[in-house]
Design a protein around this ligand. Structure first.
Ligand code: KIV
Length: 274
């Protein structure tokens, strides 16, 4: 049965929550079969699927297109969809309109947006409209150009205090969960202990209430450098590369297709054609 936000809240400090990103129907189906608790259609779509340098070019339409495919594939799984860059930053009205579109057009259960105190009013408005929201603080990839790259956040006293304040502001605004990305483990532990909602870590250590990984990182589904925090569970890139090479060779050698890959026709028809 599909989890609800209440089920996820009850898991805090009790039973760790598993989250993975997915961007298409077959992956979502397989994750559901595997029992993944929550599927996130991340705007990492931009770098890991669409080939952009970062997430900034991703549009609401992109998120809806891929979100619909994931929701069709994982009908019994809680699905969260990221609000992409500039779909909520400009105004509360914009944030509400775009969150509404994402939920109405995909059928997902919640949206996620990046930022703390400065976007708490967006979170409050979206939640008030009946849409559950996941916050996302720490390394927020939509701000890569102001953060000066993809680096661990919260390493100074002021930065650590700001993350604690951000987490509190998001919770007070009604976020039912908070993603912590690239945050030192002990700081993530304090944020987790002081939050009333589950924290979901990515590069935030062992003490969060759940973990999220990007599908391509955990499967080794690209030749890009694997982030330090990601555990690689398979070498899908290697498997695909070997299969593609073998296929090319089979085509060259005419060993594919073989007889078993072909269709028959009555010989009399062939004779009549000749
Ligand atoms: O877009 C994404 O994949 C994410 C995860 C890194 C949490 O936001």
């Amino acid at each position: 049965m599909k989890l609800t936000t209440f089920d996820l809240l009850k898991r805090k400090g009790v039973s760790p929550i598993s989250v993975l990103t997915a961007y298409d129907y077959p992956t979502a189906r397989t994750m559901e079969e595997a029992g993944v608790d929550v599927i996130l259609v991340g705007d990492s779509l931009g770098n890991v699927v669409l080939g952009y340098e970062n997430t900034l070019a991703v549009t609401v339409e992109d998120m809806i297109h891929h979100g619909k495919a994931v929701c069709r594939g994982a009908q019994k799984t809680f699905v969260v969809i990221d609000m992409p860059f500039l779909s909520y930053q400009v105004s509360v009205e914009d944030a509400l309109r775009n969150a509404g579109r994402i939920v109405k057009e995909t059928g997902c259960q919640a949206v996620k947006l990046e930022g703390g105190i400065e976007y708490a009013d967006r979170v409050r408005a979206i939640v008030r409209a009946g849409i559950p929201v996941v916050g996302h603080i720490g390394l927020t990839p939509q701000s890569v150009n102001t953060l000066g790259g993809y680096r661990v956040q919260g390493k100074t006293l002021n930065a650590a205090k700001k993350l604690l304040e951000d987490a509190r502001a998001l919770e007070q605004a009604g976020a039912f969960s908070i993603t912590l990305e690239c945050v030192p483990e002990e700081l993530a532990r304090i944020i987790t202990e002081r939050s009333g909602v589950p924290t979901i870590g990515i590069g935030a250590g062992r003490y969060c209430d759940g973990q999220v990984l990007v599908f391509q990182d955990m499967l080794g589904y690209s030749d890009a450098r694997k982030p330090k925090f990601a555990k690689q569970y398979a070498d899908v890139h290697g498997v695909m590369l070997e299969a593609f090479k073998q296929y090319c060779e089979d085509c060259r050698q005419r060993t594919f297709p073989a007889k078993e890959h072909t269709f028959d026709i009555d010989q009399k028809i062939i004779d009549a054609l000749l």
